[in-house]
Write a protein that binds this ligand. Structure first.
Ligand code: ZN
Length: 193
């Protein structure tokens, strides 16, 4: 599958919308993206995880980890295809933690899988937790990168299946607002994905 075919998968699922949206940052954008709608279809999860794991050498990782909630579905499916154990970190009272009795043997090499990255904040917090527990993050894979030109987000290599350059605007400098189009707030785990 090429990038355009993967984007079509988002469009077909109604997960890539064109319009006028308020992002979680408060900025406005003409595009809105929600991976959960694509991953509703297990066949889509299989296909997207299959594309992602082409970017990693299975012999170089021992375990897969994802930050909840966004990374859970794609991370579990990637781990299944790689035949590696899967764990996740999650926020409790805002702080990323390893819970549920998960442990990471000292020196374990982990692949970090996420659905959408922008600033990469959740992934970085997830990697910090992994390191606190003795693990070694070796690579980050995400289905969608909403800021493919951003640099210095991660201290390990990262790759994505879809690079989506989403232009965003300050509220007082938004061409869509100037056209008089009413902005729409879309629900998501942290507002608009
Ligand atoms: Zn606007």
């Amino acid at each position: 599958m090429n990038e355009q075919e993967m984007l079509s998968m988002y469009e077909d699922a109604g997960a890539l919308l064109n319009g006028h949206f308020v992002l979680s940052s408060g900025r406005h954008s003409s595009r809105y993206l929600q991976s959960a709608l694509v991953l509703m279809s297990p066949a889509n999860a299989v296909a997207l995880a299959g594309e992602l794991i082409k970017k990693v050498n299975a012999a170089e990782i021992d375990m897969v980890v994802s930050p909840a909630i966004g990374g859970l579905v794609i991370g579990q499916e990637a781990a299944r295809q790689l035949n590696k154990p899967f764990i996740f970190t999650e926020r409790k009272e805002g702080e990323m933690q390893l819970r549920r009795g998960f442990t990471i043997p000292e020196g374990t090499r982990l692949l970090v899988v996420e659905d959408v990255i922008t600033t990469g904040g959740s992934v970085c917090e997830c990697m910090a937790v992994v390191r606190e527990h003795g693990g070694k993050p070796v690579k980050v894979l995400a289905v969608v990168d909403r800021a493919p030109n951003a640099e210095g987000r991660f201290d390990v290599p990262h790759e994505t299946a879809i690079a989506l350059n989403v232009e965003t605007y300050a509220v007082d400098d938004c061409p869509l607002c100037r056209e008089g189009i009413i902005p729409v707030v879309k629900p998501g785990s942290r507002g608009v994905a």
